[in-house]
Design a protein around this ligand. Structure first.
Ligand SMILES: Nc1nc2c(c(=O)[nH]1)N(C=O)[C@@H](CNc1ccc(C(=O)N[C@@H](CCC(=O)O)C(=O)O)cc1)CN2
Ligand SMILES: Nc1ncnc2c1ncn2[C@@H]1O[C@H](COP(=O)(O)OP(=O)(O)OP(=O)(O)O)[C@@H](O)[C@H]1O
Length: 185
């Protein structure tokens, strides 16, 4: 199937999940994150939960890495050129919702993409080669090209990968891994 159709299907599938189902699916994803070897990881980029699209709650992930003394980085989205800029998320960093409902840091310290060791990537669906589809603006393809070659890219999703996204293009970047709930459909 092609991106546009897959986007529609998986957006709907996610909206159809109940909060109980989400709570259960999240647990399995969190456990895979807690099993990661993070010895050589210092700076971690993560997305802040976009609630209107029922994304995974990333707060427990942030708390976990904070407790491991890792640096956390989050982004602000520029919807005129579909690019992200990045900032440290510290204990006292203020967060506000932008007009799309995405939580963003206020007055925080900027970070270059090259400082990132690990990036958690939001997605609607991935394929078994770890290519992903998001909301369709290319934010993450643009972002990930600016990261170091050795950055670890891990997708998080409630649904298991499909066999193939048919209309991949030269901008699409494969992830290193995708975490999805065991025994999900
Ligand atoms: N938490 C989180 N942050 C993220 C992403 C993400 O997937 N999750 N993105 C991943 O790339 C980027 C944001 N991508 C987004 C793309 C569209 C819409 C959105 O609200 N779309 C409207 C139509 C908007 C319009 O074009 O006017 C909609 O679908 O109703 C929101 C976020 C950057 N930050
Ligand atoms: N590095 C890039 N430079 C220029 N254009 C790009 C780049 N990456 C992606 N694009 C363009 O952005 C548009 C959206 O890409 P795509 O459909 O892959 O989005 P997506 O990965 O689903 O969205 P997102 O990354 O925002 O979650 C496409 O027209 C694509 O060609």
């Amino acid at each position: 199937m092609k991106k546009a159709e897959l986007r529609k299907i998986y957006k709907q599938k996610r909206q159809n999940l109940s909060s109980d189902e989400i709570r259960q699916l999240q647990e399995s994803i969190y456990n895979q994150i807690y099993d990661l070897d993070i010895t050589n990881i210092n700076t971690i980029h993560i997305f802040l939960t976009l609630e209107k699209f029922q994304e995974i709650d990333t707060k427990p992930i942030i708390d976990y890495f904070r407790n491991q003394n890792k640096k956390i980085v989050v982004s602000k989205s520029n919807f005129t050129n579909n690019t992200l800029t990045h900032f440290y998320l510290e204990k006292d960093t203020q967060i506000e919702l932008n007009k799309y409902g995405i939580p963003e840091p206020k007055n925080a310290k900027p970070v270059s993409e090259t400082a990132l060791d690990l990036v958690f990537v939001p997605l609607l669906i991935s394929d078994i080669q770890n290519y992903r589809i998001g909301y369709g603006k290319g934010f993450y393809d643009r972002f990930l090209t600016n990261c170091r070659k050795d950055v670890k890219k891990i997708g998080l999703n409630f649904f298991k990968p499909i066999s193939k996204i048919e209309d991949l293009n030269a901008f699409d970047i494969a992830l290193d891994q995708v975490f999805y709930p065991k025994e999900s459909n």
